[in-house]
Design a binder for this molecule. Structure first.
Ligand code: SF4
Length: 365
């Protein structure tokens, strides 16, 4: 296990988790199948050694929680085509630059075609660039879940207050609840319970996950990201599973409130409404993303700069199966051979939150 402020507690927690995991196996004849619905958890479970330490005892399944990985390939292609348009400044988070499209990447557009693509730390930086370049169109690629959407809304509020006409957002956002429902209803993968995303929970609260217990009879535990927070959450989840209790527990109370952050939700709802959203290899999931309200269409890059791209070129990348929990990264024949972090073929290897990148870095045999 990784270094922790309390290694004695970590060891005790690990023993207890293993103990409950064995009781689950004895009862069901198989390990408990627990999905983490958060790219940061995928990374943390691998980096801290928790996933490795529980190999064979608990089946930890990576879910669709890495925003770059779940973005539909046609969307990625459209963003690259958008960047190639004359006179535009494209601002984005660093991970997006190397995501392969059907015909290149944003990085390739920048280096080979002279596209003005800039990495920024927040959408607000893009607003600042727009204010500094009133003669240029500045477009921020808004990719992310509920943790990011309020930040996108705040950037629009800033651009609105500054009266900017040359700032827009290309919205390609994702909501956690619809995709979790989609996974559970598809029945493609067995999931006994969920390790719930601490970051998204800061916005939607414990109450945002109650549907799991109430409608699907599945338990979930909202978890932090440190070794002992992960282990104690797995312990609580196994306890719920063994007791047959479908409940949602908040094991990250220092950060997550029962009702989350209503002010952040109000901000995102002021500018955006839920829309049907395409997900990588999952098709369109109803009401699973957010896009502009009609009243703010002037900030909508998709309306300002309509882009046409053909059907994405098929590749051998199996990222679509990885994000649905159907295969482990090393089941992809390209893993560690043709596809490595230096020469990534799919977004799950490009993104720092991607399951393939985490597996390559920490869990490779
Ligand atoms: Fe795609 Fe690479 Fe992961 Fe294979 S290893 S699924 S090619 S990202």
């Amino acid at each position: 296990l990784a270094q922790t402020k309390d290694p004695v507690l970590a060891r005790r927690l690990l023993d207890r988790v293993k103990d409950l995991a064995e009781r689950f196996i004895a009862r069901h004849g198989r390990p408990a199948a627990i999905m983490e619905v958060c790219g940061s958890h995928t990374h943390a479970l691998a980096e801290t050694g928790v996933k490795d330490a529980l190999r064979g005892a608990v089946r930890l399944i990576s879910g669709p929680g890495c925003p770059v990985c779940v973005t539909d390939q046609a969307e990625i292609d459209a963003m690259i085509a958008l960047a190639e348009g004359q006179g535009r400044i494209i601002a984005t988070f660093g991970d997006m630059l190397r995501v392969p499209g059907s015909r290149g990447s944003l990085m390739k557009a920048k280096v080979e075609k002279g596209a003005d693509v800039r990495v920024v730390y927040s959408p607000s930086d893009a607003v600042r660039i727009a204010a500094e370049h009133p003669d240029r169109e500045v477009i921020f690629l808004g990719v992310g879940f509920e943790t990011t959407i309020p930040i996108l809304a705040a950037a629009v509020a800033e651009a609105e207050a500054l009266g900017l006409r040359n700032f827009s957002l290309w919205m390609s956002t994702n909501l956690v609840e619809p995709v979790m429902r989609h996974l559970l209803e598809s029945g493609e993968v067995r999931i006994d319970g969920f390790l719930l995303p601490g970051h998204v929970a800061t916005v939607i609260g414990r109450q945002g996950f109650l549907f799991l217990a109430e409608e699907y009879r599945k338990p979930g535990v909202i978890a932090g990201f440190e070794v002992n927070e992960l282990l104690s959450s797995l312990y609580l989840l196994l306890e719920l599973l063994l007791a047959g209790r479908a409940e949602v527990l908040n094991n990250y109370p220092s950060v997550v409130r029962e009702d989350g952050n209503p002010a952040a939700r109000r901000l995102m709802e002021r500018y955006f409404v839920p829309v049907d959203q395409p997900w990588r290899e999952m098709g369109i999931i109803p009401q699973s993303g957010m896009d502009f309200r009609e009243a703010y269409a002037r900030f909508d890059a998709k309306r300002k700069f309509p882009v046409r791209v053909g059907k994405p070129k098929p590749t051998a990348c199996r990222c679509g199966e990885v994000i649905r929990g159907l295969i482990e990264p090393d089941a992809c024949p390209l893993f560690g051979r043709a596809c490595t972090p230096e020469h990534a073929i799919g977004p799950c290897m490009v993104s720092s939150e991607g399951a393939c990148a985490a597996h390559y870095k920490y869990l490779r045999a």
